[in-house]
Design a protein around this ligand. Structure first.
Ligand code: 3PG
Length: 204
């Protein structure tokens, strides 16, 4: 797989409450032009959702988000996750991510966290929580001392703020939940999800 940050301008971060929605949801995102999908481990059916998408939507690259423990890693990889995303990074977690053999985006929100990961040779990071941690001006400032570190900011980013992040040289893609509103998922409104995805896919 080429760099996770370069596969699509936007990674939909999805919270799936009903495993039955996983496949039509993934199909709508792929149809809209966003094939990289992060399923957060925040619901009891998340692993089943990953497994269904991996099995039934081969055009999608499905990964697991909200990775916090080595058990999360093993369960996600067993379910078929092709990449892993963590909201933050502890030493034991980064060691487990390294050992997983699966591409991953570890979370960082400060200069020191980014430097600690870069010291290990990990230079593609999730910047979380992006808006709350300083947003576009903060990432722009990081680009001065850490020009070799690239980010996927997530957390509070919406359709109308994504482009400003994507314009930064140290941002490869952005992530967020705005593409999959809970009410659209509950209603099975896949055409709305596809439309939101196609608008996001057009961002550069
Ligand atoms: C994440 O885990 O990346 C964030 O929770 C994204 O969610 P948001 O787009 O709703 O802020």
């Amino acid at each position: 797989m080429s760099s996770l940050l370069d596969l699509a301008p936007v990674i939909p971060v999805v919270v799936i409450d009903d495993a039955e929605t996983a496949v039509p949801l993934a199909r709508a995102l792929v149809a809209g032009g966003l094939p990289v999908i992060e399923v957060t481990l925040r619901t009891p059916v998340a692993r089943e959702a990953i497994a269904r998408i991996a099995a039934e939507v081969p055009e999608a690259t499905v990964g697991a988000g909200t990775i916090r423990t080595s058990d999360d890693i093993s369960a996600s990889v067993a379910a078929g996750a092709r990449f892993l995303v963590s909201p933050g990074t502890t030493l034991s977690l980064v060691e487990a991510l390294d050992a997983s053999g699966v591409p991953y985006l570890p979370g960082a929100a400060t200069v020191s966290e980014a430097m600690a990961l870069a010291e290990r040779g990990i230079k593609e990071l999730k910047f979380f929580p992006a808006e709350a941690a300083g947003g576009v001006p903060y990432l722009k400032a990081l680009g001065g001392p850490l020009p070799d570190v690239r980010f996927c900011p997530t957390g509070g980013i919406r359709a109308d703020t994504a482009a400003a992040y994507l314009a930064l040289p140290n941002v490869g893609c952005v992530g967020g939940t705005w593409l999959t509103p809970a009410d659209a998922l509950a209603a099975g409104d896949w055409s709305r999800v596809e439309k939101l995805a196609s608008e996001a896919a057009a961002l550069t």
